[in-house]
Design a binder for this molecule. Structure first.
Ligand code: LM2
Ligand code: CA
Length: 442
């Protein structure tokens, strides 16, 4: 009888920012499914204002599925093809507001009565202002109104009818939790929901208010690891996630960066614009560390805040950056993609064990007996030593440096030997990493 591939949970997803539906479908089939990604967060699929800036997508004109990522038919086809590849689709649902223009959206339809009357700038020390005034001038929907809730729910149900599996609730902090809960009560089935709330100490609206509805973004994660990887001191990340004021792990969505942070907050948060492989190392850490449900950002190169996506997609003649193209394709960086399998294969082990650090910028830890990772952020020192991995004896693929082929049980790069006591020798260059897990054992 043929060996049955061991099913492991899919525990990390990717944001294919501004990707076309056709490209996403191909990516699910050829890469994301085989690599074990759980889902794709897609850019807002609803009809929006038409200008070339990326942020046009956050200014809805109606709930029709049309825009520069493709048509409704292409969207539906993508959902089906990704699902067949084992990959869910999460829709970025922009439901707090409509576009910044006259309060008249005949295609929904919404008219002036469907919007809040406050047009002042938001005062972040006032709950009412945060949730009732216009976020950066965007017309704020009366989400307490039954008819507005129904129109939003109709849009989400339309997405669900095409097979969508989950939603990112955009600008959730600007919608009272009770309103999101009421909308959720109108939608079919039990889709995955995560809510974008940028928690800030001292503000009246807190992330914890939203956890009874679904998961919530934990911005603290990216904002904590960013400075440590940029400026040093990554050993201080030991215990991250258990820190005071943070969401519990099973409610948190984490990321190394996201589409807003890489534009609004590049000084603090890692992005592809960081030199020296630091962003790569940050992604390895995010995927290795057992906190939250991580999202890998996959975007494109930009040299201005507004810059929209490349004019051709990855599967339509353009290429990923490492092949000379305009899309960064972080999710395809070998070590990033392979760390998704690491996370999947270590998912049942919540503990960090065998933590080691050199006192500053070299760290290593086990995920019980299921995986072991070493990250070297030191600017010059190598790691060359034996570690207690706690793993079963055997030969493992270093998935940062090579790909493991489950069919043939072979590794395209160097392997690492774990001895009968669980010890293994690791050589890790400056600004590099190494990782082994039970799903990539020769
Ligand atoms: C989000 N989460 O809560 C999105 O993740 C974020 O990307 C969105 O802002 C925001 N909320 C609203 O959905 C982006 C972008 C803004 C942009 C808005 C709307 O960061 O800069 O605002 O989308 O397109 C733009 C202009 C801004 C202008 C506004 C209204 O940049 O200067 O404000 O449109 O015309 C007067
Ligand atoms: Ca609001």
């Amino acid at each position: 009888t043929p060996a049955i591939a061991q099913e492991v949970p899919r525990t990390a997803f990717v944001h294919l920012f501004e990707w076309r539906w056709n490209d996403i479908a191909t990516e699910c089939e050829t890469f994301l499914g085989p690599k074990g990604f759980s889902a794709v967060q897609v850019s807002p699929p609803q009809k929006s204002v038409s200008n070339s800036a990326w942020w046009a997508r956050y200014q809805p004109m109606s709930y029709a599925f049309e825009g520069r990522s493709g048509s409704r038919a292409e969207f539906a086809d993508m959902v089906q093809r990704c699902q067949a590849a084992g990959v869910d689709i999460y829709v970025d649902a922009v439901i707090n507001h409509m576009a910044a223009q006259d309060r008249y959206f005949p295609e929904v339809p919404y008219s002036a009565d469907d919007f809040h009357t406050c047009t002042d700038d938001i005062n972040y020390s006032d709950r009412w202002s945060i949730q009732n005034c216009d976020l950066v001038g965007l017309n704020d929907l009366k989400t307490e109104s039954e008819s507005v809730r129904q129109k939003i729910a109709d849009y989400m149900n339309d997405a669900l009818s095409m097979g969508v599996a989950g939603f990112r609730i955009d600008a959730a902090k600007h919608i009272p939790a009770a309103d999101i809960a009421a909308i959720k009560n109108k939608i079919n089935g039990n889709p995955y929901i995560f809510q974008e709330v940028i928690g800030a100490a001292g503000e009246p609206v807190q992330t914890s208010e939203y956890t009874y509805i679904g998961d919530v973004t934990e911005f603290n994660f990216a904002r904590a690891i960013g400075p440590k990887f940029k400026h040093g001191g990554i050993k201080e990340l030991n215990g991250i996630g258990s820190w005071s004021g943070w969401l519990p792990s099973d409610s948190a969505v984490t990321f190394t960066t996201n589409h807003d942070e890489e534009r609004h907050n590049p000084q603090q948060v890692l992005s592809h614009q960081d030199f020296g492989n630091l962003y790569f190392l940050g992604n390895v850490f995010t995927l290795a560390y057992p906190y939250g449900y991580p999202k890998v950002m996959s975007g494109y190169y930009f040299d201005s805040f507004d810059a929209g996506p490349p004019s051709t997609g990855v599967h339509s003649g353009n290429a990923c950056g490492f092949d000379g193209g305009d899309w960064v394709c972080e999710h395809r960086w070998r070590g990033v993609a392979n760390m998704v399998a690491f996370r999947n294969h270590t998912a049942t082990e919540f503990r960090v064990t065998n933590w080691w650090d050199d006192g500053s910028n070299q760290i290593a830890f086990s995920r019980g007996g299921l995986g072991f990772v070493a990250i070297n952020r030191d600017d010059s020192k190598v790691i060359s030593q034996s570690f207690m991995t706690g793993m079963p004896q055997g030969e493992y693929c270093n998935i940062i440096a090579g790909n493991f082929d489950a069919q043939s049980g072979s590794c395209s790069g160097p392997t690492i030997q774990v001895d009968n006591l669980g010890y293994a020798h690791f050589d890790v260059a400056s600004h590099d990493a190494a990782a082994i897990h039970v799903g990539a054992k020769l």
